[in-house]
Write a protein of this length. Structure first.
Length: 232
């Protein structure tokens, strides 16, 4: 009988699970002599070979699992791809809506609101597009997010100031539109100092993704309020 050390239990388990009992088949058990002079049955040799193969496969399986965990960035790329495509699609749809409502362009307030909605989808769309194509170059997405966030803060503050005396009904999204400035400010901060995301146990682009999702949610609310307000 060949001595297999710690693998003896594995071989017995493999024989029990995968190979039939030779004696039950009525066939003689074939014994093989190895190069070191030790004898073993054919069944035990097959099981020993199977154990060795499992040893080789195990590290590969473990490596593949670790790669899948580390590959969570792919899902983040998918998120930015979806957000980018959705935002640019909404920008195109908004062009069509404005074309069918040219009366909005005749009044300063309605024209400003329509332009604000346009930028509410365009700026997150540009940031998502750059985040998706920047790859491992952190400088590209960081500089883009900082510039885009600064522009978002500027245009939002300008819109709030310009429409402060508007006579149109004020809904909850428009009333708290200053939250958009706060969100853009957070985008700018995490773009400037991405290490601030470590205490949150998140990647910097994950934090930015959450902020972009909130910005797009508010943009949809502002669009709904603007489209459903009664005509003056």
């Amino acid at each position: 009988m060949i001595s297999l050390g710690s693998d003896q239990l594995r071989i017995r388990h493999a024989k029990h699970m995968f190979l039939p009992n030779i004696s039950q088949l009525g066939l003689p058990e074939v014994r093989i002599q190895s190069e070191d002079g030790q004898n073993s049955t054919l069944t035990e040799r097959v099981c020993y070979t199977a154990v060795e193969q499992l040893r080789r496969i195990q590290p590969l399986r473990r490596k593949r699992i670790v790669t899948q965990v580390k590959g969570s960035k792919m899902s983040l790329d998918s998120f930015y791809a979806i957000v980018s495509g959705t935002c640019f699609a909404l920008v195109g749809l908004w062009w069509g809506v404005v074309q069918f409502n040219k009366d909005w362009l005749k009044h300063d307030d309605s024209r400003a609101f329509a332009g604000g909605i346009y930028l509410s989808f365009l700026i997150p769309g540009v940031m998502s597009l750059i985040a998706m194509v920047s790859g491992d170059n952190k400088l590209i997405w960081r500089s883009t997010f900082v510039i885009a966030a600064a522009l978002g803060m500027f245009f939002t503050a300008k819109l709030i100031w310009k429409t402060r005396t508007s006579s149109s009904p004020i809904g909850p999204f428009r009333r708290y539109r200053w939250v958009v400035i706060v969100l853009y400010l957070l985008v700018l901060i995490f773009g400037t100092a991405p290490e601030l995301a470590k205490p949150l146990n998140l990647l910097p682009l994950q934090v930015e993704a959450i902020l972009l999702a909130l910005l797009i949610l508010i943009a949809h609310g502002l669009t709904w309020e603007f489209m459903t307000q009664p005509e003056e």
